[in-house]
Design a binder for this molecule. Structure first.
Ligand code: HEC
Length: 172
């Protein structure tokens, strides 16, 4: 099964993917400031998308194929008279809704290109900020990203324990 690969440049940087919001949406963990002493490292919703051809392969084999791309886009909590825990009260009730986009990260599994990275996964950020995001990004050192993913993520560096869509799809 052919997996759509990320585009790399001669200097080793990866290009920002173009259509990540049209990939398969698998989940949206939230770690708001109000529950993290006022300063969560990532106070936004974490919207996670899997590139569709990699998703199809995962569905079939239950494993992440070479070339897998997973994007994580951050979205700030919606601001509307937010109360003491940062929640807003909307017609649907009191809680947390999504406001503006605030950053984009990507992980790519390529154990040839990143043979020195644990699991063959490389991790990138196109900026923890509002759009426009950076056009290219270079891989973080393994200690910055792979280490936590290796120890704490449920399935091959991916936090499937937070993504029911992936648990349902795995190896069907
Ligand atoms: C302390 C642990 C920790 C570290 C360090 C870490 N992450 Fe994660 N990462 C998580 C958790 C937990 C999730 C699950 C979703 C969420 O809460 O955002 C996640 C999810 C992701 C995802 C979505 C795919 C997946 O594996 O679930 C990407 C992409 C990602 N992180 C990128 C990065 C990048 C880039 C770095 C390094 C700059 C990094 N992470 C460092 C804990 C970590």
């Amino acid at each position: 099964m052919k997996v759509v690969a990320a585009q790399f440049n001669d200097d080793g940087s990866v290009n920002q993917p173009t259509d990540w919001r049209k990939w398969i949406f698998v989940g949206s963990p939230l770690t708001p400031n109000a529950l993290n002493g006022g300063t969560a490292p990532f106070p936004e919703f974490h919207n996670v998308y899997v590139e569709p051809s990699a998703f199809a392969s995962y569905e079939k084999t239950g494993e992440w194929p070479e070339g897998t791309q997973i994007a994580k886009e951050l979205a700030l909590v919606y601001e509307n008279n937010n109360d003491d825990v940062g929640a807003s009260t909307e017609v649907s009730g009191r809680g947390y809704q999504q406001g503006e986009f605030q950053g984009l990260e990507l992980t790519v599994k390529d154990s040839k290109r990143f043979s020195d990275m644990p699991g063959g996964w490389a991790y990138f950020s196109f900026g923890h900020k509002a759009e426009p995001y950076e056009k290219t990004a270079t891989a973080f050192p393994a200690a910055a990203c792979n280490a936590c993913h290796e120890v704490s993520a449920a399935d091959d560096f991916v936090f499937t324990q937070f993504y029911p869509v992936l648990r349902a799809a795995k190896g069907n």
